[in-house]
Write a protein that binds this ligand. Sequence first.
Ligand SMILES: NC(=O)c1ncn([C@@H]2O[C@H](COP(=O)(O)O)[C@@H](O)[C@H]2O)c1NC=O
Length: 509
Amino acid sequence: MTRRALMSVSDKTGIVDFASQLVEEGFEIISTGGTKRVLEEAGLSVIGISDVTEFPEILDGRVKTLHPHIHAGLLAKRDDDQHMATLQDQAIQTIDLLVVNLYPFKETISKQDVEHDEAIENIDIGGPVMLRAAAKNYQDVTVVVDPGDYERVIDHVKDAQDSSQLNQALAAKVYRHTAQYDALVAEYLTNESGETLPESKTITYDLKESLRYGENPHQEAAFYANPLATETSLVHAKQRHGKALSYNNIQDANAALQIVREFSEPAAVAVKHMNPCGVGIGDRLDQAFTRAYEADPVSIFGGIVAVNREIDEVVANQLSQIFLEIVIAPSYTERAFEILTQKKNIRLLELPMTVDSPEQTLHSVKGGLLIQDEDRAPKEMTDYSVATDREPTEAEWQQLLFSWDVVKHVKSNAIVLAANQQTIGIGAGQMNRVGAAKIAIEQAGDQAKGAVMASDAFFPMDDTVEAAHQAGVTAIIQPGGSKRDADSIQKCNEYGIAMVFTGVRHFKH
Ligand SMILES: NC(=O)c1ncn([C@@H]2O[C@H](COP(=O)(O)O)[C@@H](O)[C@H]2O)c1NC=O
């Protein structure tokens, strides 16, 4: 019996060529309205879907292939005599090859200000039903959802190769595709209805690139992208120079990006192992970078630097003095690019530094997933209160707010010391708070005199205030809320330290 291919595609790329080759191999082609038109315009002879269903395409295309003549033709098991007898009784012909791609739902909802009705009309119904039917019956039907697969399918047809392995692989691809399609529809409608943490969550990602390895060379790894990621997301960063990013590079670049986006003034952030090792702000980027560099000239070596202004010749010269894994900037002047690309091993990324919209963060645990809102506490100081007798001076306030923006991005327990728009000591990821303070203080050395301190969470005891005073710190910012706040306040008053409570905690694990 003549083999039949049903073609119904929104993305018509390559369809004429594919159909022509199938016809040459003896296939009959069945098609829906738009696809049929394209094929016929190319001179191919096509059977209209309505000739098979004996029913018109109705409801503006909402119903065209949803018909037993199509679905029985896709689903009948060829080695089941009863199935085949039923087809014969009902005068239904088998369909051997299905070529479908779906209404562009993702592209539609990615458009700015898309109307709800337009989104709904772009939910494909008939396509996924056919795809799922053909994929279920992959032992007898080849199903193609991706124009990128036309070539390998036609090669198989031409060589009359055994297609069982290919069919199964293509069927699996179909279910991944329809699952992603439905996940995006579900996400769109869920967001519209205002639900944030529904009873089940189907998340979907596309492979962006395979990585050489994960955190360590024996770990296999890949980078996946949210299909709806906005252009400010790291997955859309343009790599203008250097070798491929590693797993650790991506994590560090992400961390650097989050921190630098805290600041509207020129800012430079150096990151190592997902913690900032130096952050500086200033009137100009070169000034900000000098501060970030001088904050910890040892740790920045081999680090990642993110800045929020165009890199010019001056900054490029500064950056090229040290070994850096990655630089991320909104843009580079031509001269800066020339200077930096003289370094073979540096990776240069370009990404708008505009503040991106908050998204939920996901963290996997064995057998589960933790989902939470991004840590975007409002920056207004409405809940801030001065807990001590002495108010911070204006200069202290500036440094306190700067250090508070930084400490939020340091692994807990976290303490940041800052002076003159620059971090001077960072204690990260310690198991007790005073331990983090001691590290920050030691790093700051003499610079701690007159500096300020930020703590990501409250002081359980007054020992951190004691350590701060010994080092010469004059003002502290922390959430407050400990049972023993009174002890810390008393100690600050004794030492003339000004202490601000923010009422907000910034744990980061
Ligand atoms: N309603 C149906 O019965 C139906 N059958 C196939 N489609 C889709 O219609 C599109 C192709 O339409 P056309 O050939 O008219 O350009 C394909 O994306 C296909 O997935 C349908 N459309 C939407 O559900």
